[in-house]
Design a protein around this ligand. Structure first.
Ligand code: COA
Length: 439
């Protein structure tokens, strides 16, 4: 690579290996040399400055996949030609010498800890690298062992010499409704590559391998979310944050005081009275599952994209689990469940802070209000969250969340969350048409 190219890459914060400088991971199906790859990466990244969030950008991997590119008009349905399981590649994609595939068994405590550690040290950070998601072990079991999950869709890559887990991607089955069509999809999550192995085109291999394993079960589409813009979102939502522990959020730099704001005023502004407003609201119990499931399906079917939960799934996703998911129902005097509110616990590590190691964040999950205003139900959710010692309550501006975002003093975050379908086209949805919350 010439000096000019190197300089540009450095400015972009990228380190690309010289040809044969050091053995590393490459996409095994590649026909090109590392050197050519570097030049292409440079071109793609250089262009990124001008073409961010543009459908014109070259995506060496995604341009080869059944995802929408720039098209506006297309028929709703799969993008790829129809295939059969017999046509699916039987053997895993190749990996460079020194690395091997590993199906993750998170029932094994050691493997669960390996997955936890990989994510805890290498998963999603905010733009300024101040916070990194810290999914707990119990959360990971909840997220990955959904009813009917396939262990084979929990895919890892290990270093052969020491068996160290270096990368992963996961899928779980989901019945997705997309503009009136019920599609069996894989819900893809936890794509993560160790920091030392970044920018080596390993992500495409992981994505292709999990796709292959999904295809082997005669399933051909997927749903996933990402902060980054890829070809081509089916929806775009924004995160909003409701300050609960004002002082701590200022201390850790999660929030900042505006020019005319003092800390005492800020604390007063976000104070929440410790009073529950909705009569009869209580933690959800197993006996509520049939009513909650029916209510949820009825409610979600209003949206353009939503996931259908059967009773097993509703029980799995919504019954309270300590430190993982919190759900409350409103029950009438006749024993009818009329309303429902839920949030999950996803803390983040506070990176390099002498005083605090974690910020405890609640994320709004699924909520249905039929007898009280949604804003009142959410107000109670804030109180429950404070009682559980959460520092902040987050939500996306999807479904009907705009009804409570402003009145309950949620502030607009600076990141978008893009929703994607793999091999399924529907026209882009507005935020209010999105009825899916992924973990
Ligand atoms: C996301 C991550 C796995 C990408 O790995 P990487 O080493 O940076 O990228 P690679 O060189 O392996 O692959 C690059 C390709 O992956 C794609 N890619 C990057 N992030 C992606 C994502 N989140 N989802 C899907 N594809 C993604 C790129 O667009 C590029 O493909 P293209 O050339 O067609 O545009 C890695 O940066 C990581 O682990 N980040 C922290 C965790 C994280 O953000 N996970 C994703 C959560 S949605």
């Amino acid at each position: 690579m010439n000096e000019e190219a190197k300089e540009v890459l450095e400015k972009l914060g990228l380190k690309v290996e010289e040809p044969d400088a050091q053995p590393g991971i490459e996409e095994v199906t590649q026909e090109k040399s590392k050197h050519q790859e570097s030049i292409e990466l440079l071109t793609a990244m250089y262009g990124d400055i001008a073409m961010r969030e543009s459908d014109q950008k070259i995506h060496k991997f995604w341009d080869t996949q059944p995802v929408p590119k720039g098209e506006v008009e297309k028929n709703v349905g799969p993008l790829d030609e129809v295939k059969t399981v017999a046509e699916v590649r039987q053997e895993p994609y190749g990996l460079p010498a020194g690395f091997q595939w590993s199906t993750l068994n998170i029932d094994d405590t050691n493997e669960l800890t390996e997955v936890y550690n990989l994510l805890n040290e290498n998963y999603v950070e905010d733009y300024d690298a101040c916070f990194r998601f810290d999914y707990s072990r119990e959360f990971l079991k909840w997220a990955l062992q959904a009813p009917g999950f396939y262990q084979n869709w929990h895919v890892g890559i290990r270093q052969s010499s020491n068996n160290k887990l270096l990368a992963m991607i996961t899928g779980i089955p989901a019945k997705v409704h997309a503009r009136g069509n019920l599609v069996k999809m894989a819900e893809i999550n936890f794509l993560c590559i160790h920091k030392k192995l970044r920018s080596k085109r390993l992500a495409p291999v992981l994505i292709k391998e999990v796709t292959r394993r999904v295809n082997l079960l005669d399933q051909w589409s997927a749903v996933y979310t990402a902060g980054v813009y890829l070809p081509k979102p089916v929806g775009k939502c924004r995160y909003y944050h409701r300050t609960l522990n004002a002082k701590k959020l200022i201390d850790i730099g999660f929030s900042a005081l505006g020019p005319r704001m003092t800390l005492p005023r800020y604390i007063r502004l976000y104070k929440v009275e410790d009073t529950i407003k909705v009569p009869g609201i209580r933690p959800m119990e197993a006996k509520d599952v049939p009513q909650v499931q029916a209510m949820l399906v009825k409610y979600l079917s209003r949206f353009t994209m939503w996931i259908e939960f059967d009773q097993h799934e509703a029980a799995h996703w919504l019954l309270p689990r300590d430190n993982v998911v919190y759900s409350y129902v409103v029950e009438s005097s006749e024993g009818i469940v009329t309303d429902f509110v839920s949030f999950y616990n996803l803390p983040s590590t506070v990176i390099d802070n002498p005083k605090y190691s974690h910020v405890k964040a609640a994320y709004s999950f699924y909520n249905v209000a039929t007898t009280v205003p949604l804003v009142t139900l959410m107000q109670d959710a804030l109180v429950f969250a404070i009682r559980e010692d959460f520092d902040v309550f987050n939500c996306l501006d999807l479904m009907e969340n705009d009804k409570f975002i402003e009145p309950l003093k949620f502030g607009k975050g600076d990141g978008d969350l893009h929703y994607y379908f793999y091999n399924y086209f529907i026209p882009e949805c507005t935020e209010r048409e999105v009825g899916i919350v992924l973990l």
